[in-house]
Ligand binder design. Structure first.
Ligand code: TTP
Ligand code: MG
Length: 461
């Protein structure tokens, strides 16, 4: 049934999430265009503040294009993933305090089953809206000012579409029976799984909106797109989506990747990069008290073709040496002679327990058994990414290059206190001394190796 009033699902998505955290922690950037992402020659935009979106900066755009579009005075920052994760946790905890059924789907996004809430708001006009505005106020208060947008509807599909309708800081409720009135005028791309290729195909049949799609018979859709996609399109065009909200307590995978300034053919360079990625993954697993069974290496070739190779261990591990050893084994099976643009490492099959590792200590001590482990292989453009729950494209971690400073990174100076890296180069680093609770602060320049200056954890807001 398209609209079961017994189902009441909220979808929440934070507004310009990474950029909003940056503006909270860096008062001089509030109200100004901010772009977060990879700052190297081939960097990609993670997100842009709404002030920067006015100029056309968007997620997944090459950073070079965002730089061309945005005016002088725009802040271009590499990300601070730890700060985003801490803030995300606060939001998810608030949601869990309101309903036991919360499904986190990305770092800034979750579904909440409101029918399962202790005090369900129901569909009554006014009461539900008040419940949502109370939730948004609580989030704003607890995160130091972050705003979110929510949608409430009888299905996940409609709740997600609703949350996108009034961004930022909007609440959109689609009451039982209103689904098709909201859904049908939308372009077909609004339907999950309809990408540019499917949309183009549908256009050749005169289908532009979801309403047009709903008028195509199921048998025609199956004939055109095959059984799986055809039946799915037929259902979704009628807002039929019975997927339940499923509690996902842990991440399904964690991954990091590095895009190189120039294509890399040197295996030694790739191997040392892999070691850095393995260290980072291990730290993050430890931070989340998790262990992983499956290790995945992702490589993007000079021609953008992307391959991933995975291997599963008989035990779950958090050990960087084990992750690296597996990663090296997988990398060894790849042809890098034409050069790699990007190298990624991911772990999945996460569990909260590592005791199997203890039981199988012998396996760890005899790595020669590892090549016999099953390889799960997926090849081809577009199939390359390890599905990530906690993040999509992770920007460079601040401060990880020894001796280098990354723009936006948190630092502390023995005399001037806490601040962030405003810019660096030519042996110098410029720091702005301010934090979430201070007014915009002064800028000072130091030698890049000033012993009084050190990387710092994200500030408390
Ligand atoms: P989104 O919720 O898609 O974007 P957003 O929160 O920045 O903006 P909006 O107000 O439209 O919701 O993604 C959440 C965060 O995930 C985003 O702040 C940065 C990160 N991200 C990437 O790193 N790469 C990407 O391609 C996308 C889409 C997001
Ligand atoms: Mg968001």
């Amino acid at each position: 049934m398209a609209s079961d009033p017994g189902r009441c699902i909220l979808h929440l998505d934070l507004d310009a999430f990474f950029a909003a955290v940056e503006q909270r922690d860096k008062p001089s950037l509030r109200g100004r265009p901010v772009v977060v992402g990879g700052l190297g020659a081939r960097g990609v935009v993670s997100t842009a503040s709404y002030e920067a979106r006015v100029f056309g900066a968007r997620s997944a755009m090459p950073m070079s294009e965002a730089r061309r579009r945005c005016p002088a005075g725009t802040a271009f920052l590499s990300g601070r993933y730890e700060a985003y994760r801490t803030t995300s946790r606060v939001v998810m905890e608030i949601l869990r305090s309101r309903s036991p059924l919360v499904e986190q789907v990305s770092v800034d996004e979750a579904y909440v089953d409101l029918a399962a809430a202790e005090d369900p708001p129901g569909w009554e006009e006014g009461r539900l809206e008040a419940w949502c505005s109370d939730l948004l106020a609580q989030i704003q208060d607890a995160t130091g000012g972050l705003t979110a947008s929510v949608g409430v509807a009888t299905s996940k599909m409609m709740a997600k579409l609703a949350s996108e309708m009034d961004k930022p800081a909007g609440t959109t409720v689609v009451r039982p029976g209103e689904e098709l009135g909201v859904l049908h005028p939308l372009p077909v791309r609004a339907v999950a799984g309809v990408g540019p290729a499917t949309a183009a195909r549908l256009r050749t049949f005169g289908v532009e909106t979801v309403g047009d799609l709903a008028r195509v018979s199921e048998s025609d859709l199956v004939a055109i797109f095959g059984t799986a996609q055809g039946t799915s399109l037929h259902r979704l065009a009628r807002a039929q989506d019975e997927r339940p909200v499923v509690v996902e307590r842990e991440a399904k995978s964690i991954s990091s990747e590095e895009t190189f300034e120039t294509d890399v053919t040197d295996r030694a360079v790739l191997e040392s990069e892999l070691a850095r990625l393995a260290e980072g993954l291990s730290r993050r697993l430890t931070g989340a008290s998790l262990f992983a069974r499956t290790i995945t290496v992702k490589a993007r070739h000079h021609d953008f073709s992307t391959v991933t190779r995975s291997a599963s261990l008989p035990f779950a591990t958090g050990d960087p040496a084990v992750i690296l050893r597996e990663g090296l084994h997988l990398l060894g099976g790849l042809d890098v002679s034409q050069g790699l643009r990007l190298l990624g490492l991911g772990v999945s099959g996460l569990t909260a327990h590592a005791q199997e590792e203890l039981a199988l200590d012998g396996v760890l001590l005899h790595p020669e058994v590892l090549p016999e482990l099953p390889d799960v292989v997926s090849v081809g453009p577009g199939t390359g990414s390890v599905p990530g729950l906690l993040e999509r494209r992770e920007p460079a971690l601040a401060g990880r290059r020894p001796g280098g400073w990354s723009t936006g990174q948190d630092v502390a100076h023995e005399q001037h206190g806490a601040g962030w890296v405003w810019g660096s180069g030519r042996g110098r680093v410029t720091v702005r001394f301010e934090g979430p609770g201070t007014p915009p602060g002064p800028v000072r320049t130091f030698a890049a190796d000033d012993p009084e200056l050190s990387p710092a954890p994200p500030p408390a807001w």
